[in-house]
Write a protein that binds this ligand. Structure first.
Ligand code: PMP
Ligand code: GLU
Length: 378
């Protein structure tokens, strides 16, 4: 009934759990949704206004595939100033969400049978994107802080690509300069590409964010991906972007021109406002997320659940193997504590002992969640 390509694709676990939690809530069940990774904050007003004004001004028509010039320029300035990437507006492609940027980059880089290294538990959509492009995932080991361990062992003659996601979904790990340089050295020694998914770069607690594409030797082998969903609470607007070697960007633009055409025109205007406008709401959101992280991490530890302190993103990834498998524990959370969570197994074989809890929910709800978990474990 469907092409063999589709056989490698399964439904996104995060989106499936999100839909289930919404359905249960709508039917009157008091679910605490710690499943999906979506900021619970509203999109800042100046951004909403810019989008609405753009519609009123009639900017409801097609735009260039790679994006409106104003947004590409604003992104290029951001990447040059904040991320130390040598980028002009011509090197930037705007996409409907970072997910599409990742999908397109994989299509552009991977040949049938190529290998892509994912470092430890990794976001649910990477493997399907690799598979859909004809590639295979090779899983790299991580240490107890979820930092890469002996990454060189993953490299084979078929390796084409390493995926870097710092801060990481689901582990919250932040790769420091030394780790990024080790990955850079591997990429240069073996002539590999790196896709650097930096969507959580702003949601980082006391660490420096480093863009691996800015390290010497990485200019022509890095595709940097980012978006507006997390930093500006714009998940539903669908706006992301990527930059990388000119030749690769040319082919990706062609792919987009035959698939999505472009990101929505007035949404791109909202994106300009996000980048050019005040950033204080981003800072306030990160401060609140940090307080929630501390509350959840210390609460889980008080319950005897072993849990790292994530350096970024908005997930905790506790090891629950002393109680159950990650899958079984997630089921218990839903049935016995009415908490929607994501089983660690959704993030690859390294995640089976873990559960991902998103703390993009209020401190009051986190406190209730902790009380419910305590009861569940009694
Ligand atoms: N990368 C990571 C690591 C994510 O968690 C997400 C979450 N949605 C995305 C990319 C995609 O973001 P979006 O498509 O909403 O821009
Ligand atoms: N990235 C978020 C998550 O991991 C949003 C859902 C998705 O796109 O996977 O929950």
């Amino acid at each position: 009934m469907v092409s063999s390509r589709m056989a490698s694709i399964h439904e996104s676990t995060t989106l499936k759990i999100s839909a289930m939690a919404k359905k249960l809530t709508a039917s009157g069940v008091d679910i605490i949704d710690m499943g999906v990774g979506e900021p619970d904050f509203d999109t800042p007003k100046n951004i909403v206004e810019a989008g609405c004004n753009s519609i009123r001004m009639g900017e409801t028509h097609y735009a260039p595939t790679a994006g409106i010039p104003e947004l590409r320029q604003a992104i290029a300035e951001k990447l040059s100033q904040e991320n130390m990437l040598k980028v002009t507006a011509d090197d930037v492609i705007v996409t409907p969400g970072a997910k599409m940027a990742i999908f397109a980059a994989m299509q552009a880089l991977l040949q049938e049978g190529d290998e892509c290294v994912l470092i430890g538990p990794s976001w649910v959509s990477y493997e399907p994107c690799v598979a859909f492009a004809g590639g295979h995932v090779v899983w790299g080991d991580v240490d107890e802080s979820f930092l890469p361990l002996e990454l060189a062992r993953t490299i084979t003659p078929k390796t084409r690509l390493i995926l870097v996601n710092s801060p990481s979904n689901p582990t919250g790990a932040v790769f420091n300069q030394k780790v990024q340089e080790e990955i850079r050295d591997l990429a240069c020694d073996h002539n590999l590409f790196v896709i650097s998914d930096e969507i959580y770069e702003k949601i980082i607690y006391g660490h420096d964010h480093i863009s691996i594409g800015s390290l010497p030797g990485m200019e022509n082998r890095t595709i940097t991906i980012n978006g507006f969903s997390k930093a500006y609470a714009m998940t539903g607007w669908r706006l992301g972007y990527l930059t990388g070697p000119k030749e690769t960007m040319k082919w990706i633009t062609r792919l987009l021109s035959h698939s999505v055409s472009q990101a929505t025109t007035f949404v791109q205007r909202a994106g300009v406002a996000a980048l050019r406008g005040p950033q204080d709401e981003v800072a306030a959101m990160v401060a609140e997320l940090r307080a929630r992280r501390d509350l959840l991490v210390s609460g889980l530890r008080d319950l005897g659940i072993s849990c790292n302190t994530p350096g970024g993103a908005f997930y905790v990834f506790p090891d629950v193997s002393q109680f159950d498998s990650g899958d079984a524990f997630t089921d218990r959370l839903l049935k016995d504590a009415l908490i929607a969570a994501t089983p660690g197994s959704a993030f690859g074989p390294g995640g089976v002992n873990y559960v991902r809890l998103s703390y993009a929910t209020s401190q009051a709800r986190i406190k209730t969640a902790l009380e419910r978990i305590e009861k569940m474990l009694e």
